[in-house]
Design a protein around this ligand. Structure first.
Ligand code: SD4
Length: 329
């Protein structure tokens, strides 16, 4: 009898210990993986260097990635010499500067404005849409009204230089975006802060001389920008119609989720676009798209259809410009 009692006692203790160790395992499994390579910020094109500087000020002071990407992309938005973002952006064919922007944080909060006029910082309006409304996207007059109601100033964004070029363009009115010139200024920015949290922002005046009302990929969550705080983030530049067709930035993040490096994920997304250009029997030389990606280890990737895409990376090694590899060499 005593033996039986002892046996039951021992067995009960053993199973309790097993249970405890199972709980311990589970608790250990939910511990976040150690994240290396942070903080970091990357952004499209050479003016990303300047934008990164502003973003880094936030990151180096342990600020949120969200605040860093907003601060960063506001630099080209306010720069009149940058003719495809914000102030100074090339107008549509009716001479109107219409802007697209979106933002996404580590909680999958999202905000976006499309075809907004007269507001120098559409990214900040997108952030307000995210934080102050029950919606995720406002367009056109509604977006402008919302901005004005929230204290943004109405401004003329058409600079003399952009107006002059537009008037020149009107002489032939031929809509043929020139690869890497007229299309090359959208800023997409991705950051990981000291906490290891990711955010992204994307802002543009879109393609020069587009039809009035045209919206590209840049303000569309999943197309021009996507962030998944468990996996990584991606953004795009180039001909937005092609990016929307494959929901490009979301695709890049999903490919990283499946185990691809940021570089391989960008390459696969570009290849998907090329396949569809060929399927539609279009000429590849008329198309440029570039993707930029960042994963939770601080690894980055970039790839484009044509040569000429570059990006700026700021991490503990400093702020540097890199040429992206491309499909067409
Ligand atoms: C658009 N993707 O509106 C933007 C344009 C762009 O570099 O990226 N230019 O389609």
């Amino acid at each position: 009898m005593t033996n039986r009692k002892n046996f039951i006692k021992t067995a009960t203790l053993a199973s309790a210990a097993l249970l405890l160790s199972a709980f311990k395992d589970e608790a250990e499994n939910v511990k976040p993986k150690k994240i290396t390579g942070k903080p970091i910020v990357i952004s499209t094109w050479d003016f990303g260097l300047q934008a990164n500087e502003a973003a880094w000020q936030v990151l180096k002071n342990n600020g949120r990635a969200l605040d860093s990407v907003e601060a960063g992309v506001k630099i080209p938005e306010a720069d009149p010499t940058n003719q495809s973002v914000g102030y100074g952006g090339r107008p549509d064919r009716d001479g109107r500067v219409t802007l697209d922007a979106c933002i996404m944080d580590e909680f999958s909060n999202i905000g976006s404005v499309a075809c907004i006029e007269h507001i120098m910082h559409p990214i900040s309006v997108a952030r307000l849409v995210m934080e102050k409304t029950p919606h995720v996207m406002l367009v056109g007059d509604g977006a402008l009204q919302f901005a004005l109601d929230n204290g943004f100033m109405k401004e003329n964004l058409l600079t003399e230089a952009s107006e002059k070029e537009w008037k020149e363009w009107l002489k032939n009115s031929e809509y043929k975006p020139v690869i890497n010139i007229e299309n090359h200024d959208t800023i997409g920015m991705l950051a990981m802060d000291a906490e290891g949290n990711l955010s992204g922002a994307c802002t543009t005046s879109g393609l020069a001389y587009k039809m009035h009302g045209r919206v590209g990929d840049s303000p569309i969550i999943g197309a021009g920008l996507y962030v998944d705080n468990e996996i990584g983030a991606a953004t795009s530049t180039g001909i937005g119609e092609e990016v929307i067709r494959i929901v490009g930035s979301h695709l890049v993040v999903e490919l990283m989720r499946q185990g691809k490096s940021p570089q391989k994920a960008c390459e696969a997304a570009v290849n998907r676009i090329i396949k569809l250009i060929k399927l539609r029997k279009k000429d590849l030389k008329d198309y440029q798209v570039g993707f930029l990606a960042l994963n939770k280890n601080g690894e980055t990737g970039a790839f484009s259809i044509q040569k000429g895409f570059n990006y700026a990376k700021y991490n503990s090694d400093g702020n540097k410009l890199f040429d992206a590899d491309s499909f067409v060499k």
